[in-house]
Design a protein around this ligand. Structure first.
Ligand code: C5P
Length: 266
């Protein structure tokens, strides 16, 4: 897009300025995992993920306001750029980001499973003994992570650490809302045969200081989705998201002994 000023380019998305209080958020077809940006884009990935996020923003709007403005992306770019943004962009409010990622887990996977194997706890939350990979947790848990700059890695942190970063009141509000959002989404997905194993929410504060849901929500980049009919406790389930890329990269790292490269290793 050249008709709007570029504000920032993330691993997967780009933000363009619209006046002083709004942005156009465009989802590219790039795929990134563990901060590695893969060389090959996935055709239409940005459109699919934008569709998912819009679906969930709408479905969950009764729980918390979100960054959406209702303005159509096609109306804010030059005529020649309408096709580029169609289906993969959203006109959003500029918010003050809360510098913590709000992860909720209903099942043990990824870094949650790793932490549990090491310590019996995830982000300081003690869990029952004897859980397996992919076990359903007795109840969903809130496991915050730092929001790292480009090139750094996000790290799981305790709730107490989150309170130090954002303040206790805001941390508690985010924990309550995140678990509520997860529960409602997981209940809905269950009616469609999908388990939402875990997901990550991002929040910001608007001009009035109101907590607002932003970024992407419950997409295949920010969540683990498992088909309920092939779920078995103790085995890594097939995952309708980017888990296969994480698995591939981890296998590469373990075999090569090398740190993550910036782009897909040969
Ligand atoms: O890798 P981990 O098990 O910590 O991820 C937990 C959940 O949070 C997964 O659904 C993952 O997609 C999401 N997540 C994310 N962005 C991050 C870290 C985790 O979307 N930076």
């Amino acid at each position: 897009i050249t008709s709007l000023p570029l504000l920032g380019r993330g691993k997967v998305r780009e933000n363009y300025g619209i006046g002083s209080d709004k942005m156009l958020m465009v989802a590219s077809d790039r795929l990134s995992a563990f901060d590695v940006i893969m060389n090959e884009p996935i055709p239409d990935k940005g459109r699919v993920l934008t569709g998912m996020a819009l679906f969930w923003f709408d479905k969950l709007a009764h729980i918390i306001p979100n960054h959406g403005t209702g303005i159509s992306p096609e109306t804010v770019v030059a005529a020649g750029e309408v096709d580029q943004v169609r289906g993969r962009a959203q006109v959003v409010k500029k918010l003050k980001p809360v510098m913590v990622e709000a992860v909720v887990r209903g099942y043990l996977a990824g870094s949650g499973w790793k932490e549990y194997q090491d310590s019996g706890a995830v982000c300081g939350i003690k869990l029952p003994a004897g859980l397996k990979q992919a076990s359903k947790l007795p109840e969903p848990i809130f496991t915050p992570a730092t929001k790292a700059e480009m090139g750094e890695h996000d790290e799981n942190i305790s709730f107490e650490k989150m309170c130090e970063i954002v303040g206790k009141d805001l941390a508690e509000q985010i924990r309550t809302v995140s678990i509520h959002l997860y529960q409602e989404a997981a209940d809905y997905a269950a009616t469609r045969g999908i388990i939402i194993a875990d997901t990550k929410f991002e929040f910001g504060l608007d001009e009035q200081g109101r907590l607002t849901l932003m970024d992407e929500v419950l997409t295949a980049d920010s969540s683990r989705f498992w088909p309920a009919d092939s779920y078995r406790e103790g085995i890594s389930p097939p995952s309708y998201d980017k888990q296969f890329v994480r698995d591939w990269l981890e296998a590469w790292r373990d075999a090569s002994g090398q740190p993550w490269p910036k782009t897909k290793p040969a």
